[in-house]
Design a protein around this ligand. Structure first.
Ligand code: TNX
Length: 508
């Protein structure tokens, strides 16, 4: 027994070093020995295409620890051999050279990101530890949603966020561009959407118009693409439409005293044409996005006026509808049908699991953690699902019992450990046959007026999302993760993200 204990302690003291890569790779084994570039500040690469060389330069020169990357016949960094099977990429590092095996350029990007993190442990001299590493993502969708409507972030904040996402191997930026407080995307055919619709925010209805021009959108999409991140635009309908309806009241479906002009008119042909026109421009701005998110949440908040709208009355009569639910389903199905010509997939919040949409073309985002039935229905109908339940993945919820600003649900909130423990923590709520595409955190911005506050709510919890979405459960370990977080914070700071400044409660 004693010798076992001795061996154990020995291994802890002298064993292979653990370079704290975040998210944690599947398998890694490193020694204390290191590879150092033969020429300080310069790394030579062999076997890379011009595109791959450009990628390596962007990723590996980003921290300033290397100054040059040059192609060479026998490079210190060798791309290849091609890699397949259960791992996405592999790194084999000796004291002389690094071989990278990868199954696609996407996986190469991850390999280079890992290498970038490996170099962190030795500051300015770009020394990486000798060892081997195999890795592959758990889920293909690892995302973050930003609500731009309630409070506007803007280009600088979004680019910093994308920089951080790249480092964390998060690959989906779900961009919630429209909602009640403001319409944030320029549509040339309907300029009032951004003169009137972009005016105001959740705390100040008179705030100067804030929105992304079409040029801004293209710039951000290009920035994200370079970083291996897919941008999914969301144009929320038929609800959460009051900013648009302020601009073009002729297309409104009315609302209630609490939610004025909450929906688009679900049965008007003129409104349908208007929305089609808008979405045609959206497609031109996101020509390669695999998915358009159409919203579809909380529509019943805006049902009050529907029975009085002539177009709704006529539709109900023609189709023998007896419930407003059917009108809502009609709108969503019709809109999705039209959009399937242009988009591979249509994303919707989980309320849409009530409607029969084509499962192979629909992705449902499960957010109502209090309605596990919504998740079960979505699974039973065969939809692919992105998990983002309020608890623990809504980042407008506070992260600690002492925090004041942010939401709670029946006293519950979204602490870091709960984010990390997801989705295993769902237990039997998650049917074993569920087609889970992945996870995402959603930042709704009603309570986050400043960038500092948005950073405070996002980080470091986003690190937990990154590891929960990337690392298979058998390799997850919360205390190991906490160490990785500590090591990661200076690198967030280098990007200009200092969450500890956003509120008094977080300690650096
Ligand atoms: C519900 S989540 C909403 C948002 C709010 C959020 C606040 C969802 C699909 N709809 O409009 O901002 O709660 O937590």
């Amino acid at each position: 027994m004693l010798w076992r204990l001795f061996l154990c302690v020995n291994l802890l003291a002298f064993g292979a070093t653990d370079p704290l890569i975040l998210p944690r790779p599947i398998q890694s084994n490193f020694a204390d020995e290191r590879l150092t570039p033969t020429q300080p500040g310069t790394l030579t690469i062999s076997g890379a295409t011009p595109e791959q060389l450009a990628l390596a330069r962007r990723v590996l020169l980003a921290d300033g620890t290397l100054q040059h990357i040059e192609p060479a016949a026998q490079g210190q960094l060798e791309f290849g051999p091609a890699w397949s099977g259960e791992f996405g990429y592999a790194l084999d590092i000796t004291s002389q050279k690094i071989s990278v095996g990868f199954s696609s350029n996407e996986q190469l990007h991850y390999a280079l990101t890992t290498l970038r993190q490996l170099a962190w442990s030795h500051g300015s001299s770009w020394q990486v530890p000798v060892g081997k590493l195999y890795d592959a993502p758990r889920y293909p969708h690892r995302g973050y949603m930003l609500d731009e409507s309630r409070h506007f972030t803007g280009k600088t904040g979004v680019k910093r966020l994308l920089d951080a996402m790249e480092l964390l191997k998060l690959n989906v930026f779900h961009w919630h561009l429209t909602d009640g407080s403001g319409w944030r995307i320029e549509i040339k055919k309907y300029p009032k959407l951004t003169t009137i619709g972009a005016t105001g925010n959740h705390t100040d209805p008179t705030a100067a118009p804030a929105y992304y021009t079409q040029e801004d959108i293209r710039e951000i999409v290009a920035y994200a693409t370079e970083r291996g991140i897919i941008v999914i635009p969301e144009i929320d309908m038929p609800g959460h439409a009051s900013a648009a309806n302020r601009s073009y009241p002729e297309f409104s479906g009315g609302g209630s005293a609490k939610y004025p002009d909450f929906t688009f008119n679900p049965a008007s042909p003129a409104t349908e044409t208007y929305l089609h026109d808008i979405l045609t421009e959206v497609r031109q701005l996101f020509p390669h996005a695999p998915m358009l998110h159409l919203g579809g949440d909380e529509v019943h908040f805006g049902w009050e006026q529907w029975p009085k709208l002539p177009e709704v009355k006529q539709l109900m009569q023609e189709k023998s509808f007896t419930k407003l639910d059917e009108v809502e389903g009609y709108f969503v199905r019709r809109m999705a049908d039209h959009l399937h010509h242009d988009w591979d997939k249509i994303g919707l919040w989980d309320e849409a699991s009530r409607f029969d949409l084509p499962p192979e073309k629909t992705v449902l985002f499960w957010w109502r953690h209090d309605k596990p039935q919504g998740l079960k229905d979505a699974v039973n109908k065969g939809y692919a699902i992105v998990l983002c339940p309020r608890i623990p993945l809504y980042f407008d919820f506070v992260q600690d019992a002492t925090h004041q600003s942010g939401r709670r649900w029946a006293g519950k909130f979204a602490e870091m450990a709960a984010v990390y423990a997801f989705p295993e923590s769902l237990g039997a709520t998650l049917p074993p046959n569920a087609k889970i595409l992945g996870l995402q955190a959603n930042l709704w911005t009603e309570t986050t007026v400043t960038q500092e506050r948005r950073d405070f709510m996002t980080f470091p919890r986003l690190l937990a999302v990154a590891e929960a979405a990337w690392t298979k459960p058998e390799y997850k370990n919360f205390s190991h993760f906490q160490q990785s977080v500590t090591g990661f914070l200076p690198h967030l700071e280098a990007l200009g993200i200092k969450p500890w400044e956003g509120g008094p409660e977080i300690k650096k």
